[in-house]
Design a protein around this ligand. Structure first.
Ligand code: CMP
Length: 143
């Protein structure tokens, strides 16, 4: 079954949005396969956001994501990578549609509430960075 990595960023945790966000993905029908509330180290932040290393906002991005606890999650389900991105909305909350997480709760691009993998390759890489195999559960098809 397809898996993706989603993370409630420090602004979302600080604003008590973990429950709201988890509820949206649960109600959609996806399964939570792993989760942890954690403080990201600078090293992990730089690895996670490695593709943005040359961007002018890279330092700001690393500072922000390490500024407070995040809620890291692995979700699974049919087409979960693309569907979760739709549910999150556009990266910049000013462009995100109402009804999406960023459209409903975000205002500025640097504090856009949630991160989600953008491809199967990113999902595999990001899940591997944040979770050990034994931290993920498997769901029974009969339930
Ligand atoms: P995310 O999906 O976590 O992936 C990269 C992040 O970079 C993105 O969400 C934004 O939060 C952040 N980002 C993108 N553009 C800017 C910008 N111009 N200034 C600050 N942060 C940005």
């Amino acid at each position: 079954m397809e898996k993706t990595f989603l993370m409630v960023k420090p602004d979302g945790v600080q604003r008590n949005l973990i429950g709201e966000i988890v509820t949206r993905f649960e109600k959609k029908g996806f399964h939570l396969a792993g989760a942890k509330l954690m403080q990201i180290s600078t090293e992990l932040a730089e690895q996670h956001y490695g593709e943005h290393k040359e961007r002018p906002f890279f330092g700001e991005l690393v500072d922000f994501i390490t500024s407070g606890p995040v809620f890291a999650m692995v979700w699974e389900g049919e087409n979960v990578i693309a569907t979760a991105r739709q549910m999150m909305g556009a990266t910049n909350p000013k462009d995100a549609q109402p009804g999406t997480i960023r459209g409903d709760f975000g205002v500025i691009v640097g504090k856009n509430i949630i991160h989600g993998s953008d491809s199967p390759e990113s999902a595999e890489r990001e899940i591997g960075l944040f979770f050990k195999e034994e931290e993920l559960v498997a769901y029974s098809k009969d339930i």
